[in-house]
Design a protein around this ligand. Structure first.
Ligand code: SF4
Length: 363
């Protein structure tokens, strides 16, 4: 298994620390992973989580780590966003869940996908971690008293890739196990399944309602546009291991991309779908595919207008970012014919392996 901690240059040689989180046990655990880092006190993470004056890509390649507190005001107590819990965005797949939220335990990612919306959403490439889960769990408890909750915890980052440092997933597994009307999705491109295997070996029970969702892309996309993350084969191996461990596994073919310079992008996705499902069949021959997978999602690249504008400024040379997308209802995506053609082709390919009720497509 490759190392799960990224090292393009020397990440996190500087760690900025808000006073309010200095004494938290998780802060101490996080800092222990970076014994050589220079620790600098700050008043508020937003003082650093702002345009730095240097090119965004340079900051992305040498980010600082910022450990920040909650900054909740008493008057915000009834606002879910006050505990970094937000309603799911319309461009995100809700998998049929009405009460769809996401939470931001970290902002920014140790991977570097050229198409990532985070580079259009945040003013800085520095990585912010909020070590205190107490306000998040407290707000969730309130929501769960009102209705079931479907919560995505790894949208604005890749939590599994950084789990060895934060332990957030472990704590969310415990919380999910105690709350029967909570379903959690942890989306990832990481191969860090070893840490989850260790949790199981330590006796931690992982409920079916805790979903590990792997994003898969054809190898040509992974190699060209998904920098620093494990390659496609390595991700497939990780999800196979997750299935063998009996975890609830989702596969996301999302975002689907038209591959620059390739005449038939769909062919690459068809190959990926076949490779993935055949690998699952081979890895667990005694189980039906539909028992191995919770579901599969797919969706063409889409991003809000404002985010794409920032992304284009920050990635002037990226073919995937500079593609002439079509604007509709405030979001950029491919023109209908391209989007629907790609989606329909892949839907029919996935339908060879899974029943319709396990396939979710974003249109
Ligand atoms: S893994 Fe996800 S969050 Fe991380 S850079 Fe890639 S698209 Fe963004």
């Amino acid at each position: 298994m490759p190392s799960t901690l990224w090292s393009p240059v020397k990440p996190f040689s500087i760690i900025y620390l808000e006073d309010g989180v200095r004494d938290l046990p998780r802060t101490g655990e996080i800092l222990s992973h970076f014994p050589s880092a220079e620790i600098l006190p700050i008043r508020h993470y937003k003082d650093l989580f702002a345009p730095s004056g240097q090119p965004w890509l340079a900051e992305k390649h040498h980010p600082a780590l910022i450990l920040a507190g909650d900054h909740q005001l008493p008057s915000d107590a009834d606002d879910p966003a006050s505990a970094r819990i937000y309603h799911g965005a319309p461009v995100c797949q809700n998998f049929g869940n009405f009460h769809f939220y996401y939470t931001s335990l970290m902002m920014n990612c140790i991977y570097d996908c050229e198409y990532c919306y985070l580079q259009g959403m945040y003013p800085s490439a520095n990585v912010v971690v909020f070590p205190d889960l107490t306000p998040v769990f407290s707000r969730l408890e309130s929501l769960l008293q009102e209705h079931p909750v479907y919560l995505c915890i790894s949208y604005d980052t890749d939590l599994l890739a950084f789990e060895g440092v934060t332990g957030f997933i472990r704590d969310f597994i415990h919380f999910t196990a105690k709350h029967e009307n909570l379903t959690v999705e942890c989306r990832t491109k990481s191969a860090n399944i070893g840490i989850i295997r260790q949790y199981l070996a330590d006796g931690i029970q992982i409920p079916d309602r805790f979903i590990f969702a792997w994003t898969l892309s054809p190898s040509v996309i992974s190699a060209r546009f998904e920098h620093l993350s494990p390659d496609t084969d390595t991700r497939i191996q990780a999800l196979l291991e997750a299935i063998r461990l009996g975890l609830s596994v989702r596969i996301c073919f999302d975002p689907l991309l038209e591959i620059p310079g390739e005449a038939d992008s769909a062919a690459h996705y068809r190959d990926l779908i076949r490779t993935t499902f055949e690998a699952i069949r081979e890895a667990v021959p005694d189980r039906e595919l539909s028992d191995c997978l919770r579901d599969v999602s797919l969706g063409a690249f889409r991003v809000t207008k404002g985010h794409l504008k920032n992304m284009r400024q920050r990635r002037p040379d990226s073919l995937v970012v500079q593609y002439p997308y079509h604007l509709e209802n405030g979001a950029y995506s491919y023109p209908e014919d391209i989007k629907n053609g790609l989606t329909r082709t892949l839907l029919s390919e996935i339908a060879r392996y899974l029943p319709d009720d396990k396939i979710f497509a974003w249109h």
